[in-house]
Design a binder for this molecule. Structure first.
Ligand code: NAP
Length: 484
């Protein structure tokens, strides 16, 4: 029989109905969109419609062909499958039946070079390909995520209003905007995740300092975090930290954090961010230290070889001014956090310039205010800083942050120094402070490094007193030659 299947009725389609895809489809449906739904194995599609059919109107299809046919034109199909080969397979299936002008959206966690490659290939077929970051996990997908779509402006005109509709809202403003062409959306999502790594590591170091410095219990520290969440540090991550620290393990009656193995895993976006920071030559030390801290936690044989063997030769930490110490840790955390964000925004600026993406950094801070894991009160300040000066060279040097971080520098130094004296590792706190001192330095010892490079590799150098490129004849009479 010809087709009894619905044709051209759905506003948008979602293929890949595991937890993220089905929640995203439900979110669209709850906002009044007719949603075509499809999954490789039909059982997931049937389950979604059976369990959540009353969320709105779903148009289920068993085959990719019927799924595409059920979409109104220009068709918009959102892919939410396992990133990597799965995404390529689904793109190929969709592209085989879609027509020029149609839009394929990859809302999974793709690596941005893959998105650039896919966009390029689909553009040649007249299809729009939108790589879109989606943050907020399962709950965000259902209730309102932060959405970072790349792709063409034309595709955003069709797709953007729907995405803005289902995104989180802060002060009535959607946490979704067009990030920029091709891979810009997935790039910004990657940096978002990198910043998330840094933020989590900084919070973990603050917890460790409070635990070791004060000898406080997890629950007591949970109360400190709950208090911090009422001030400048207010954020999702601080809030959930307070909850985790307050939680007791049902089996043992111990603090939950004490029964969890101290090995942090990673799925890869932190690693991608660090690799890209190295490629671009942008010092994202906070994100890098956070990623390496996870790697160290998982370096089990090395940790076993070192435990009880490497001498600490450190003092016994006795904090006498409890309130003063807590405030010092809070200030050090805030300052280190500003450094991590400042570095992440530098990375976005560098990639935007290199790829011609023209990313509005203030808008990125705005769409991260809700729905995503790094949502935080202080993102408003970042948006304001870039609104005041869209060409801001360094977020740390924006007047608000110069003052806020400047007020906390003494505390930051005390904390990093005391931690070192007492043998407590603070890789992210310490490297952030080193970055702060490095970036503000009048003169860096890089002069010596460049001189060494000239000595062994004739890499040349520039002088402070006159223009030009020079080389010293180190193995000859040590006279200087001008190279240009
Ligand atoms: N989980 C999160 O919190 C989160 C947050 C943000 C972004 N993401 C991203 O969102 C995407 C989906 O995540 P998820 O956790 O919901 O699901 P997932 O476990 O990453 O992937 C499972 C889904 O992918 C489909 N799939 C896998 N290989 C396929 C192939 N070769 N062809 C067709 N379909 C294939 C599966 O279909 P079958 O049912 O037929 O096996 C299933 O629908 C991923 O890219 C993930 O990185 C996840």
């Amino acid at each position: 029989m010809a087709s009894e299947k619905p044709v051209g009725v759905a506003d948008i389609g979602v293929t890949g109905l595991a937890v993220m895809g089905s929640n995203l489809a439900r979110n669209f449906a709850r906002h009044g969109y007719k949603v075509a739904v499809h999954n490789r194995s039909f059982a997931k599609t049937e389950r979604l419609v059976a369990e959540h059919g009353d969320d709105g109107t779903f148009v289920p299809s068993e085959s990719v062909e019927d799924f595409v046919a059920s979409l109104s034109r220009p068709r918009v199909a959102v892919i939410m499958v396992k990133a990597g080969a799965g995404t390529d397979a689904v793109i190929d299936q969709l592209a085989a039946v879609m027509e020029p002008g149609d839009i394929i959206v990859d809302a999974g966690n793709a690596h941005f070079p893959d998105t650039i490659r896919r966009e390029n290939a689909l553009r040649a077929k007249g299809l729009h390909f939108v790589g879109s970051g989606v943050s907020g996990g399962e709950e965000g997908a259902l209730l309102g995520p932060s959405i970072m779509p790349g792709g063409t402006k034309e595709s955003y005109d069709r797709l953007g209003p729907m995405l803005e509709d289902i995104s989180a809202k802060v002060d009535g403003v959607p946490c979704c905007t067009h990030v920029g062409p091709d891979g810009a959306g997935h790039f910004v999502k990657m940096v978002h995740n990198g910043i998330e790594y840094a933020d989590m590591q900084l919070i973990a170091e603050a917890y460790d300092l409070l635990r070791q410095g004060l000898g406080a219990s997890a629950a007591e520290i949970g109360e400190i975090f709950a208090e911090w969440n009422r001030g400048d540090l207010e954020s999702f991550l601080i809030e959930i930290t307070a909850e985790v620290l307050a939680h007791t393990d049902a089996d043992t009656g111990n603090a939950f954090v004490d029964v969890v193995m101290d090995r942090a895993e990673q799925k890869g976006t932190g690693r991608w961010t660090v690799q890209n920071g190295l490629d671009l030559g942008v010092p994202i030390t906070g994100i890098a230290e956070a990623t390496f801290a996870r790697a160290l936690s998982g370096s089990v044989p090395q940790r076993e070889a070192a435990r009880g063997v490497l001498p600490a030769n450190a003092g016994t930490w006795e904090v006498t001014d409890r309130a003063g110490f807590i405030e010092d840790v809070r200030q050090a955390l805030y300052a280190s956090k500003v450094v991590a964000y400042s570095q992440g925004f530098d990375q976005i600026a560098a990639a935007s310039a290199e790829n011609g993406w023209d990313i509005d950094r203030g808008a990125m801070a705005r769409i991260w205010r809700g729905g995503c894991i790094i949502r935080a009160r202080f993102l408003n300040r970042i948006t304001e800083a870039y609104e005041e000066n869209p060409d801001l060279q360094l977020l740390l040097a924006a007047p608000y942050f110069t003052e806020a971080v400047g007020n906390g520098v003494a505390a930051w130094r005390r904390i990093v120094a005391q931690a070192a004296l007492n043998g407590v590792p603070t890789p992210a706190f310490a490297s952030s402070l080193a970055y702060y001192d490095g970036v503000r330095a009048d003169r860096l010892p890089a002069a010596l490094v460049q001189a060494q490079r000239d000595f062994f590799g004739a890499h040349t150098y520039q002088r402070v007193d006159r223009p030009g490129t020079f080389h010293t004849l180190w193995s000859g009479d040590r006279s200087e030659e001008q190279q240009d």
